[in-house]
Design a protein around this ligand. Structure first.
Ligand code: SF4
Length: 345
C-alpha cells in the first residue's frame, strides 16, 4: 500500500482543481478522467498523451488505485458475484447480472454498513469505511472487462447505504454517466437507499435523470423499525412525503423495494398498509423473493402470498413487478460471499 492518496478518490471538480494547481491547461483534467474511467489506465505511465513532466508530477503526489479480485462465483444463469480487495485490504462485493442484451451491475458504496438491516448479512458485520468514487466506478468497469461486454445499467445496491456516502456516490454516478467514462445513460443509473430523507431530498435536486429506489419492506412502522433499525428516525409519513416531493420535482417514478418474508411482512395487514402507502403516490413496487441469509431466521414468503400481493396492487392500480430470481445457487444476497469467505464455508 502506498502512502500517496488515490487520484480516484477525487471527483471531477477535484481533478480540475489539481490540474489548475499544477499550472496545466484545463483540458488535461478531461484527458486524465478519460484515462482513468474510459480506458482503465493502471498507472500515470499509461497516460501516453500527457507530457512526461505532468505524469511525473502526478506520480509524485498521487497513486492510481485498483481493485484486486479476491473471489468470484458464477451462477448457472450467468449471474456473477465478485469479492474485491481494496488497497487497504478491506473487501467489498458486487454482482454482474446479464439478461438478454443488458448487463446490470450492482455495486457497493461502502465497506460494511451501519444501517443494521436484520435480513442482511452486511448489516450484521457493521460499518468499515466509505468507498471512494473510483472504488465504486472500478467495480462496474472491472465487471464490464470480465464479462467482455458493455454495462447497460448500474445500481448502487450492493453493500452500504449510498446516501450515507452521498458525495462520493454522486461523483461515481457522474463518472459512469460521462462520455469520458463508460457513458451509461443517467436513467440507467440507480441509487437504492434505505430511506435517508435528507439524501432523497437532495437527490431530487440533482440535474441528472438518475433514478431512485427505496427499500420499503414494510409500510407498518413497527415492522419496518424491526427490519431496518437504521432508519427508525425517519417515520413512514415523512418518507412518503419525501417520495411524493421527489416524484413531483423530477417527474420520475421511484421504485419501492419490498422483500417478501414469510410471517414478517406478508400478512393481509401488511398488504393493506402497503396499498395505503402507495395509493396516490407515483411509484413502482418491486416485490423481491428474499434470499435466505444464513442465521437470520427469515424465510421466503410462499408463492401464493406473492400472487396475492401482485393481484391486490394491480387492483389498486399500483404499478408492480416481481424481481426475477437470479443467482440463487451462489451467495447472491449482499454480504454473503464476504461472509462465506470469512467463515471459510
Ligand atoms: S440492506 Fe443495505 S442498507 Fe441495509 S444493512 Fe444491508 S447493506 Fe446496509
Amino acid at each position: 500500500m502506498t502512502d500517496r492518496p488515490d487520484i480516484k478518490s477525487l471527483d471531477r471538480a477535484g481533478i480540475e482543481r489539481l490540474v489548475a494547481e499544477l499550472g496545466e491547461p484545463a483540458f488535461r483534467a478531461r484527458q486524465i478522467i478519460r484515462w482513468l474511467y474510459g480506458r482503465g489506465a493502471a498507472s500515470f505511465e499509461d497516460m501516453s498523451d500527457l507530457p512526461a513532466a505532468l505524469r511525473a508530477k502526478l506520480e509524485s503526489r498521487y497513486a492510481v488505485g485498483s481493485l484486486a479480485l479476491e473471489a468470484s462465483e458464477t451462477s448457472s444463469d450467468g449471474t456473477r458475484k465478485y469479492l474485491w480487495r481494496l488497497s487497504d485490504g478491506v473487501t467489498v462485493e458486487s454482482v454482474g447480472i446479464p439478461a438478454g442484451d443488458r448487463l446490470t451491475v450492482c455495486f457497493s458504496t461502502q465497506a460494511g454498513c451501519a444501517m443494521g438491516c436484520t435480513f442482511c448479512a452486511t448489516g450484521r458485520g457493521g460499518f468499515v469505511r466509505n468507498l471512494t468514487p473510483g472504488e465504486m466506478t472500478d467495480q462496474v468497469l472491472r465487471i464490464s472487462d470480465d464479462m467482455g461486454r458493455r454495462v447497460s445499467n448500474a445500481v448502487a445496491m450492493g453493500q452500504g447505504e449510498p446516501f450515507a456516502n452521498y458525495e462520493a456516490t454522486l461523483a461515481a454516478l457522474r463518472y459512469l454517466n460521462s462520455p469520458d467514462g463508460p457513458g451509461i445513460g443517467a436513467r440507467h443509473l440507480t441509487v437504492s437507499t434505505c430511506g435517508i430523507l435528507t439524501g432523497i431530498r437532495r437527490f431530487s435536486t440533482e440535474p441528472e435523470q438518475f433514478t431512485l429506489a427505496v427499500s420499503l419492506h414494510s409500510a407498518i412502522q413497527r415492522t419496518r423499525d424491526t427490519l431496518m433499525p437504521g432508519v427508525r428516525s425517519y417515520p413512514l409519513p415523512q418518507l412518503r412525503e419525501a417520495l411524493s416531493a421527489y416524484a413531483t420535482q423530477t417527474g420520475r417514478r421511484p421504485t419501492l423495494e419490498y422483500a417478501l418474508i414469510a410471517d414478517v411482512n406478508d400478512s393481509d395487514a401488511a398488504l393493506s398498509a402497503l396499498v395505503t402507502f402507495c395509493r396516490g403516490l407515483l411509484c413502482h413496487v418491486n416485490l423481491i423473493p428474499v434470499n435466505p441469509v444464513k442465521g437470520s431466521g427469515f424465510a421466503r414468503a410462499a408463492e401464493s402470498r406473492t400472487r396475492v400481493f401482485m393481484a391486490a396492487l394491480a387492483a389498486a392500480s399500483i404499478e408492480s413487478s416481481l424481481r426475477a430470481e437470479r443467482g440463487t445457487d451462489i451467495s447472491a444476497a449482499c454480504g454473503q460471499l464476504r461472509q462465506k469467505r470469512l467463515s471459510g464455508d
